[in-house]
Structures are given as C-alpha cells and as structure tokens.
Design a protein around this ligand. Sequence first.
Ligand code: ADP
Ligand code: MG
Length: 650
Amino acid sequence: MIEKELQRYFGFNTFKTGQREVISRLVDRQSAVAIFPTGAGKSLCYQLPAMLLPHMTLVVSPLLALMKDQIDFLSKHNIPAARLDSTLSKEEHDHILERARNGDLKILMIAVERFKNERFRAQLRRMDISLLVVDEAHCISEWGHNFRPDYLKLPVYQKEFGIPQVLLLTATATEQVRDDVCGKFQVPKENVMVTGFYRDNLFLQVSPTPESEKLGHLRQRIDEAPKAPTIVYVTLQKTAESVSNFLRDNGINSFPYHAGMANEEREQIQNEFLAGKIDCIAATIAFGMGIDKKDIRRVIHYDLPKSIENYSQEIGRSGRDGKQSFCEILANRDSISLLENFIYGDTPGKEAVDKLLHKIQQHNEPVWETKLTALSFELDIRLLPLKTLLVYLEMEGIIRPKHTRFDEYMFKYQLEPSAIANKFQGERRDFSIEIFNNCQTKRVWTYVDMQGILSGYDRAGRERVIAALEYFSEKGWIELQSKQAIEAYDILKADFNAEVVGEKTIGLFEAKEKQEIQRIHNLVNFFEGDSCLSKRLARYFDEDIEKKHCGHCSCCQSGSAVIQRSIELPPLSTFSFSEMSREFFEIAGNYCSVLNITKFFCGISSPALIRLKAKKLEHFGVFERYTFLDVKIWVGKCLPRTESMKNKQQ
Ligand code: ADP
Ligand code: MG
C-alpha cells in the first residue's frame, strides 16, 4: 500500500532496508526512531509520511547545507517545502510563515536556534503540526558523543506546541543514548529501527603498539601500498603535523588536516585528497564530515578514537565502493589520560555555578542580558558547559531565552560599495545601498549603524541586515567582523532555592563526567574483548549479525589483544611540588585553587588559565599522562594549608 505512495510521490520502486518499518509506524500515528548509517535513506522516512499525515511536518536540522539539499530534492518532486533561515527577506520570511499557518506547506525546516526566538514561538502556536522530525538526534542526549545543549529542549517544545508525533533520525546511537532519547520523547522501544552497521569488506585490526614504536609501525604499514588512499587519525593537532611530516620525510605524499589550519588550506588539502592527488591525510576528528570518497583503502587510528561511535564513523569512511579495506588501531593505554583531561576540563566547579545563580537572583530586572564569552571568563566555565548550564536553568523554569543579538558589526570593503550593490537588482539593490549609506568608514574599518538602517528602511529587520552582511562576506566582497553576541533571557523565577538548584545542577554535570570517562574505558574494553570485533561493533549499535565469526577482524584471525601502558610514569611523590608550582603562584593571584593547579599540571585549558596565559609556563601539562584525580589528590596534599586558607578568604 505505502509502496504505491512511494512510487507516486518519489518514483522509487522499493524501500531501502528499514524505511518501510519506520514509515508505516508514522502513518499509524505513532512516533519512531530510525538509526541507519549515513547514506541509508533516513530523510525519506519523514518525507513520505509528511505527505500522508494531515498537518505539517516540522524538521529540525543542524546543518544549513543539509537542509538545502533536502529542499531541492522535495521541490523536484513537487512537494511544498521550505526552510526558514536568516538569509530570507522579510517578505519571503512572512510568506513562508503564512503558508505554514494556512496548511499550504507540508514540510518546514529550521535550525534548533530558531526556537530561541520568541516571535517564532508565537508563530508556531498558530500552526497545526503533525510531526516533529529531529535530524542528528543523538545531539539531544547528554550521553551522546556530540551533545548540543539546545537540543535538550526539543521534548519541551514538542509538548509546548502540541505536536503529537516525533521521528528521530541519527546514524549513531548506543543503547544508552537510545533509551535516553526514547524516554525524553516517549517513543516505545519497539518503534526503534536499527539497521545496516555491519560492513563485510572492512578488515578490523587491533595492533597493540608501544608509544615509541608507533611511527615505525605506521611507516611499515603504509609502505605496503604507499599510494593507497589513507586517513591516519590522531588526537592532537600537533600530532597531525608531526605524523604527516614524518611520513613525508619517508617519501609518502602526506598532508596534515586539523582545525588549527587556515580554512583555504584545509579545503585545498581535502579537495586534493578527494581528487586522488594526495595519498595520505594525517588528521584530527575535524576531518571527514560529509566526505564522499569511495576508494579510501585504509583508516589507521594512530591514537585512540574518542568513543566507539567515533570509531565506527571513522572506519566507516573506508571502502564505500565495497572493496576490501583495512582499518587498524595502534593501541596502548598511554593516551587515556589525554582523552580524560578533555572531559575533566568541562565540569564546572561548585563555586562557579553558585556564582551564576546569585548573579541571576540579584539581577533586579525582568530581562537579563549577557555576553557568553565574557560570562565564561567571569565564571571560569568553558563555553559549551556554560551553554549546557543555562539550558539546565531553563529546564528548571528559572530563565527563558528571548533572543540573541550582536552589539557591533564592522567590515572592510574588498569591493567598492557601488560594485557590491550592482550585483543585485530591484529591492535587493536598494536594500544594499541603504546599508552602505548608513555605514561609517573610519581609518581601517567601516562601522554598521544598525539603528540608522532600520529607521530608514522599513522592509527589513535586524536579522536581514545581518544576513545581507554575512552574504557579502561569504562572497568575499567585504571582510566582516562582529563583536560578541548578547543573549537576552527572561527571568521567570528569581526566588528559587539556590542551594537546591546548585546541588542538582552540579549533580547533573558530575553524572555526565562519570559517563564520559566510562565511555573511554568502554572503548578500551571493546578493543581488548575476546570475541569477534565486527560482531561486537554491530551489537553495540543493537544490530545482530548471524555468523559467529566475521573472519575479517584481528580477533577472529589471531585472538584478542592486550592493551598496555608503554610509558613508565614515576610516582607523583618523587616530584617537588613547591618548585614546579612556583611559576604558577607568581601569576595566579585569585586563581590559586587546587582545581586550577591540577588543571595546570594536567594541561587542561580553562578560561582562567587562558587569561593567565598559563600555557606558556614551563610546567603546563607536565602531568598530562597522569590520572587527573591522582594529580588532584597530590596537589591537595601539597598545597600548603595557608595558601588554600588565603585563597578562601579572597
Ligand atoms: P541519510 O540521511 O541516511 O544519510 P539520505 O536520506 O540523504 O541518507 O538518502 C541517501 C540517498 O538515497 C538519497 O539520494 C535518496 O534520494 C536516496 N533514497 C532514499 N530512499 C530511497 C529509496 N527507497 N529508493 C531509492 N533511493 C532512495
Ligand atoms: Mg541525513
């Protein structure tokens, strides 16, 4: 029956694996979860139901580019779909909302941030919506590997806007993430569909390798087929550089790739790799999203990946053409602390949370405006956990986001203003001229007078002016800079019990920290396990493969691996605390706490340590291979009582 509709709307003859099961549940007015690997056809799972359900389907997607592809596909099939984003003119924007209200639109796509806009929320209340779709739904779960705080509110929005059904789409979700998101959206377990993770053309090899032998091992491996397209994954940017240099010195056509490099350079390296002009990329996890190269023959993990999900995704980039490919991990336990330290740096201290709660309680106006980066420094909480913290407070009913705005925009002309305006016609041209007429050029920068533009031109809101500037900048016509965003919140409740809320919030962060540390240990256990790796990997994503042994993993071929530490670490008690910490004391002032000294020794960056420029000191990171908790205990013992007393009084 629904095959007919598939043919009618999209011209496809058969469903891909799993699609039918998901779609039929949605058509039966239930909620569902689809966990398929990339390319398996997740989008169709909402696109067809959107045509069969009575009201509109609202899709939340994290990437503008993904939305655009999907809208193009839908338009091609004459399905009324649109996306709301800030590049639209006011007329276009209003027109889409009107069509959504009238029921003319079957699919509306948005980014999650749009919910933060109170005017958009007011519009949503006036629409009839059958289905809420969340793409990349693992972002919802704090236990997921790519948690985005704003996603946490989606279950609340579903209720608030009375949307009866949800569909969650993701390529990665473990049992825990799955249970978590199912619980949050009340999706019954039997409506979770998982498929397609097992890959029979990938050989999975775990090679226990001492740190000192990794480069030699890597070289030998690559020499087996020096031209075979290869990705070498590493944890740190500096390792990407050093590994790539090493390979080049040994005659391999290799380049590094990491987030610390300039955009153009990265793009060029990526394109040349795709085109087969570069044989090997030594990359951090920054490399690979959306890469479509079919003939990658090797993925080598030089360091431990971040999680089993990351591992699965990263090896999944090899052998897309179905041909034999080789995935190897050079494993030891030496880098576990490095991975753990990323996590410890994200848990805010109790004082920081209390400080924020007080700040909110003492704010005497109904609207609280804050700049997140400044707040991050003030409280000494990294940006991502700070956003998480604010979402927690939102879920407690204490604050509610109103809108985001930037307080200052400035740019440098790369083209004459008239030349830029002449790229457009009609209203868009007038609008561009109006913008430039209201800008003031000083010595180097041209400053945007937002008020001036808005009062002189009633057909545009702030968002559109900003979108236009972004567009000019994207095209390279101007070089744009904006000063930090201001987040405005309504304070809904200021008389909450700060102690209770503080405890609860810290509890959430601590549970999250524990989970993430556990995730790393699960990863090592996974590589050490004594049964078929392919089978266990599929099992991890809740997929069963029938055969007992895949026959194409190191476990099936030569048994389980033992992963050990290879670097001998002298006990902490053999170090002199007073000598090593002296330089830190000299600069630290108020920041002299056990936590900060521990972070300093473990090489964990934080807003406070950035402000102190502690990274430049000799002993920053000297204990990066030690366990954070051990170092913390050691610091706690060594830090003279008087110092900590003094610290408390300040
Ligand atoms: P995912 O989101 O899971 O990565 P997409 O939804 O982007 O995958 O789908 C990948 C491709 O498969 C798209 O080009 C889509 O049009 C195509 N596709 C989806 N379902 C079917 C089907 N039943 N028959 C043929 N092609 C399909
Ligand atoms: Mg997709």
